[in-house]
Design a protein around this ligand. Structure first.
Ligand SMILES: CC(C)(COP(=O)(O)OP(=O)(O)OC[C@H]1O[C@@H](n2cnc3c(N)ncnc32)[C@H](O)[C@@H]1OP(=O)(O)O)[C@@H](O)C(=O)NCCC(=O)NCCS
Length: 202
């Protein structure tokens, strides 16, 4: 596994003045006021992380996307599907995984050429701690280092306001097919990084 190119260490305690969980759910113990600080680390990931990340994605979606999507949509969205993957061939992304003592709590994935952010999911219990921002900043650094004119992503409707905060604008509303009969309303978003030059890919 590649070493993470970014030396990143986040601390839940550092950010824990924000609400950490939905009402009625178990809250993460931030250990404020004690020395028992729990920190996340961010490392790069690979194919061996697939099962752990499927669990993170399922948790993130069912905890945070209910207002926008049905149970059927969320179930199909979070169930790995070889058929969907075969229909949309994509190069392997670079994966950044946040974990606490080996337990994955969130991840981001960006296409290796820096042009597309493919995934960003934070477990519901850890949402609002600044982890999504930290992963976005890492991935936007990848795009900047690749010197691409713009970076795109396909956002679920719940996350559009989050991505706007990072300078993304909606280009087009889209429907991501989940099965023969079910699809997921999404928004394709773009962030301009620099002026286009002759020779830039379309
Ligand atoms: C969207 C998501 C990735 C945000 O991650 P997070 O760790 O909760 O976000 P952060 O705590 O880093 O928030 C960073 C900033 O965005 C804001 N923010 C977070 N979620 C937001 C939302 N849904 N709408 C508007 N602002 C949001 C925070 O208030 C914070 O603002 P600040 O820096 O000015 O204080 C996370 O909620 C998630 O996993 N959602 C479910 C899965 C999903 O929809 N992923 C995107 C699929 S395309």
């Amino acid at each position: 596994m590649d070493a993470c190119p970014f030396d990143t260490l986040g601390s839940i305690c550092r950010l824990s003045s924000r609400p950490l969980a939905q009402p009625g759910e178990t809250k993460y113990d931030t250990s404020m006021g004690t020395d028992d600080h729990q920190c996340w680390i961010i490392r790069s990931g690979g194919p061996g992380d697939r099962d752990g990340l499927t669990a993170v994605r399922r948790d993130a979606v069912f905890a945070q996307c209910r207002e926008h999507y049905t149970d059927e949509q969320m179930t199909l969205w979070t169930t790995p599907s070889d058929k969907r993957r075969a229909g949309a061939p994509q190069p392997s992304p670079i994966l950044y995984i946040a974990e606490i003592e080996g337990y994955p709590i969130g991840f981001g994935a960006i296409q290796a050429d820096g042009t597309w952010i493919r995934s960003l999911y934070i477990r519901g219990q850890y949402a609002g701690c600044g982890l999504g921002r930290e992963l976005m900043e890492i991935m936007l650094r990848v795009s900047a280092e690749k010197d691409v004119p713009e970076v795109r992503l396909e956002s679920s409707m719940n996350a559009v306001p989050f991505y706007r905060r990072f300078g993304f604008e909606v280009e087009e509303e889209t429907l991501y097919p989940l099965s023969d009969t079910v699809s997921l309303p999404c928004a394709r978003m773009v962030k301009r990084l620099r002026d286009r030059r002759p020779g830039d890919p379309e």
